[in-house]
Design a protein around this ligand. Structure first.
Ligand code: PMP
Length: 422
């Protein structure tokens, strides 16, 4: 993204114009938690409510038709953006919900349709679920719960000292007992990009299903699920310049056909009698109840916005910002948790400052208008792995500038002196 393009991008985001803490320009470095929204996404959502609002898929009137069309066009836009077919994108309230839908399908096999294929969703004691030590709780806790419900064993791929997945023991971890391999595409703590091809190949060799947490990759780099070859993937609208309350589950068509529903009720059925029910085909089978239509339409608009920006350029911008952020490792007393090189990593940098609590680091930066996140970032095991309870984290998006990262670095350089830790 060139400087002129970046200025135009920033002008699309009204919130970036506001000031904080008594008139200081906002330096928003918390996009990994949630991104800001361009005006066109906000306008699209408002326009839906003002002009098209109706229940989708069932009305006999023009508004219902228009609402349905907007809803399905948004699905098509999101599908095209992530290299999926339309029928492979299921609306969900977010990535957390999407991962739970898959995890619950495995203990829900009695609801299954699809014969042999549904057997892939059966788990028994002795089977294994494989995750990684770097997972966000959203891609860990549902698998722990699944393991508790089914008696399957949870195992994990460890993390190296520089914050990448340690694949040295992969052959021993992925065996005939492995039924699911769930892993994050990009860590929301270290920014490291996982070696998807290697992991997918290992899972395929033993017939295990792969579940990709694509929350941090979809907003910041080109992602094509067909090319990656994963079976399922989850991502959230609010991290990719879209609204809150909406996300998507990607599933390979034949797997969605075979997968039992987790949430049942209206709109996901074909024939209902007092005794039993037949289910609609996917994606509707996984969209019970009234859907978050305005938000979905907003998410479709966000996908188009990013697509027009060009994800290859966005990824280059991320690499440039990551290089700028990583210079904080040269500040005395600052330790970065994660890879120090810019290869296969995005602009998400977590760090600790010797002798200063992460919350205090966050507060000093906030006083200067610089917004970072502090805490365990929903990845307690990964923090434990590095012997820290909390880190501060700076993260970028399409609208982040090098100047903002420099301002952050300069402010951080003064933090230890401020606390007398030098
Ligand atoms: N996975 C990762 C890697 C994330 O960063 C997040 C959001 N912090 C989630 C999953 C959960 O996403 P959501 O809260 O939107 O469901």
């Amino acid at each position: 993204i060139s400087t002129t393009e970046l200025a135009a991008v920033r002008a699309d985001f009204p919130l970036l114009e506001r000031t904080v803490r008594g008139g200081k320009p906002l330096v928003y470095l918390d996009s990994a938690a949630t991104s800001q929204k361009p005006q066109v996404v906000l306008d699209t959502e408002v326009d839906f409510y003002e002009q098209r609002n109706a229940a989708v898929h069932r009305g006999a009137h023009q508004l219902a038709e228009e609402a349905t069309e907007a809803f399905e066009q948004a699905r098509a836009a999101v599908a095209a953006f992530v290299g999926a077919d339309e029928g492979e994108i299921v609306w969900q309230p977010g990535a957390t919900a999407a991962i739970n839908v898959v995890a619950y399908a495995f203990s829900n096999a009695t609801l299954g349709r699809g014969g042999e294929a549904a057997a892939r969703f059966r788990l028994v004691p002795g089977d294994e679920i494989l995750v990684t030590e770097a997972e966000h709780h959203a891609n860990l806790v549902p698998w722990q719960e699944l393991s508790a419900r089914t008696g399957a064993t949870l195992r994990w791929i460890p993390v190296t000292d520089d914050g990448r997945l340690d694949l040295s023991g992969l052959d021993a971890l992925v065996t005939g007992r492995t039924k699911v391999l769930a892993f994050g595409h990009v860590s929301n703590v270290t920014g490291a990009v996982a070696p998807v091809a290697t992991l997918v190949a290992a899972a395929r060799r033993v017939g295990a299903l792969t579940v990709l947490d694509a929350c941090q990759s979809v907003p910041n780099m080109p992602v094509d699920f067909h090319e990656l070859g994963v079976d399922f993937a989850a991502f959230s609208g609010h991290k990719m310049l879209g609204p809150t309350g909406v996300g998507a589950l990607y599933g390979r068509r034949e797997l969605l056909e075979a997968m039992p529903p987790t949430v049942t009720g209206g709109s996901m059925v074909e024939v209902v009698t007092m005794e039993s029910t037949t289910y609609a085909p996917p994606p509707q089978r996984f969209e019970a109840g009234t859907q978050m239509v305005a938000q979905a339409v907003g998410m479709g608009c966000a996908a188009q916005y990013l697509d027009e920006l060009g994800m290859a350029g966005v990824a280059r911008h991320e690499t440039e910002l990551a290089a700028e952020m990583l210079k904080i490792a040269e500040i005395p007393g600052v330790r970065v948790i994660g890879p120090l090189d810019t290869a296969d990593r995005l602009a998400v940098v977590s760090f600790v400052v010797d002798g200063v609590h992460a919350h205090d680091v966050g507060q000093v930066l906030d006083d200067k208008g610089i917004a970072v996140r502090v805490g365990h970032h929903c990845a307690q095991p990964l923090h434990r792995r590095f012997g820290v309870a909390a880190t501060a984290r700076a993260s970028a998006s399409v609208y982040t500038t090098v100047e903002e990262v420099v301002a952050f670095r300069e402010a951080l350089a003064g933090v230890r002196a401020f606390f007398g830790a030098e």
